[in-house]
Design a protein around this ligand. Structure first.
Ligand SMILES: O=C(O)CCC(=O)C(=O)O
Ligand SMILES: [Fe+2]
Length: 221
């Protein structure tokens, strides 16, 4: 069906403290993020499939900013990849995060006080997905900010008690913002499906889905 007949996509509070803001990133901001991710993907730590303790590898390819994430801790160096120090978390990305929190919650003060120090860049090709998990390696309950670019996906957002129901399936499209904090900060969430071929190459991403999450680690040193 043509986009013409689709309902407008509205800001929605999917769970308490979990807010979806469709089309939040401008086309220029999406292009800037894609270009930045392209550079981060090459190093100092390359975009790679994270190895899991059980021996498997994640289908998503990832790289960290500010801090390196590996199951299940943060470090400054990518000891499970090439030992290199992670790329710096840029100030402009923190600024984008502050605006995102302010807009998602309609709370300028919450936005101004948001100080993310870690970014996680995730790239999904057509077959990649992410199982239900909590973001819980952070020692802070500040919100997680998530930006999506490229192919659409089904984002499953649940509850802090466990992987199962209740959850809500949200379609995240290029430019969408999702912020989860407050009572939903430690809610389980995942990406059961990416919808290949639904992105717009004008973003600079010809195929696949890019997701960038910002976090406050609460860690020092
Ligand atoms: O790709 C997404 O939308 C979610 C990514 C995510 O949950 C994570 O990186 O922890
Ligand atoms: Fe997550």
């Amino acid at each position: 069906m043509s986009e013409l007949f689709e309902l407008p996509r509205e800001r929605a509070e999917v769970a308490p403290g979990a807010v979806h803001v469709p089309g939040w990133l401008s086309p220029a901001e999406q292009r800037r993020l894609v270009a930045a991710c392209r550079a981060w993907a090459t190093g100092p730590v390359p975009l790679r499939h994270t190895r899991l303790p059980g021996g498997g590898v994640m289908s998503v390819r990832s790289v960290g900013l500010g801090w390196h994430w590996q199951p299940y801790r943060y470090s400054r160096t990518a000891d499970d990849v090439n030992g290199a120090g992670v790329a710096e978390f840029p100030e402009w990305l923190g600024d984008l995060g502050r605006r995102a929190v302010a807009d998602a919650y309609g709370d300028a003060r919450a936005g101004a006080g948001y100080a993310p120090d870690a970014g996680l860049v995730n790239f999904y090709d057509g077959d990649a997905r992410m199982g239900m998990h909590q973001d819980r390696e952070e020692r802070s309950s500040a919100p997680v900010v998530s930006f999506s670019i490229g192919d659409r996906c089904v984002f499953r957002f649940g509850n802090p008690q466990g992987r199962g129901r209740p959850y809500t399936d949200v379609e995240l499209r290029s430019g969408d913002l999702f912020v989860f904090g407050g009572p939903s900060r430690f809610a389980y969430h995942g990406v059961p499906k990416v919808l290949p071929g639904t992105g717009d190459p004008a973003t600079g991403l010809a195929a696949g889905r890019l997701n960038v999450t910002l976090r406050v680690t609460g860690l020092t040193a």
